[in-house]
Design a protein around this ligand. Structure first.
Ligand code: NDP
Length: 248
């Protein structure tokens, strides 16, 4: 099955984890895929080679998500390389946790987290809206903590993910007249470098899910690919949980 033949996608933060799984899945479905990264050049180049072995094109772009100009340039580079843009996936984010007592000393880290996780979304959507095809797809990666924080120390990160959901709902209205859908996928605990299956929160998080396990990056990528494809044409402004039932 190749639901995305001839499509062009841009995924932010595609060098590792959920973003890399999304790049591979969209490519498997036939899309040419550009993706950004910040520091993992080796992983990014290896991913390009892996994708291209299977017959579609890939492009790795170093672009700091905290820099709106870099994001704008990444959008334009995607179009100048592949000729158009049909699918934008806002995935890149960082996770900074800390107690309220530490908040003052962590202010710089929290500000950067907001720049990467929140401000990058309008930067990417504004740039993409100038070039994305009518009928295109925008998918934002949020988190279940947008709806239920569930633990102390996650407040600042959770607020950035609540913003991701709000952008998804808002842009669905702003772009609906062009038949462009905008949806937010909210993962629960997914085994990546950001949240390893054996990490400090792992046992607590597994116990909170109905399925009693972490999810995989591929289980998120499959939902993103569905939302990017032709069968999801009437889904927009939705928040879709891929969370093992943690919010159920
Ligand atoms: P990882 O930390 O495993 O990967 C993050 C990716 O984002 C990497 O490709 C990284 O690039 C890139 N990135 C980080 N900072 C920047 C930056 N400033 N500019 C450009 N790219 C950047 O994270 P996950 O795969 O786990 O997370 C992906 C998304 O899923 C995020 O939005 C996260 O908030 C969300 N999420 C994850 C959950 C989980 O349990 N894992 C749960 C809920 C939501 P590089 O390799 O160059 O550093």
């Amino acid at each position: 099955m190749s639901t995305l033949n001839g499509k062009v996608a841009l995924v932010t933060g595609g060098s590792r984890g959920i973003g890399a799984a999304i790049v591979k899945k969209l490519a498997q479905e036939g899309a040419n895929v550009a993706f950004t990264y910040i520091s993992s050049a080796d992983k990014a180049n290896a991913l390009v080679a892996q994708v291209e072995k299977n017959g579609t094109k890939a492009l790795a772009i170093q672009a700091d998500n905290a820099d709106p100009k870099a994001i704008n340039d990444a959008v334009n580079k995607t179009v100048s390389t592949f000729g158009k843009l049909d699918i934008l996936v806002n995935n890149a984010a960082v996770f900074i946790a800390g107690s309220l007592d530490q908040a003052d000393e962590m202010a710089d880290q929290y500000n950067r987290q907001s720049d990467i996780n929140i401000r990058a979304i309008p930067a990417a959507v504004r740039a993409a809206s100038k070039v994305i095809s009518d009928g295109g797809r925008i998918i934002i990666i949020g988190s279940v903590v947008a709806s239920a924080v569930g633990l102390p120390t996650l407040t600042e990160y959770a607020a950035t993910k609540a913003a991701a959901g709000a952008y998804g709902r808002g842009y669905a209205w702003d772009l609906g007249h062009r038949n462009i859908t905008v949806n937010t996928v909210h993962p629960g605990p997914i085994n990546t470098d950001m949240n390893p299956d054996e990490g400090e929160f792992a046992d607590i998080l597994k116990a909170k899910t109905a399925l009693k396990r972490y999810g995989t990056a591929e289980e998120v990528a499959g939902v993103v690919s569905f939302l990017a494809g032709p069968d999801a044409g009437y889904i927009t402004g939705a928040s879709i949980n891929v969370d093992g039932g943690i919010l159920a």
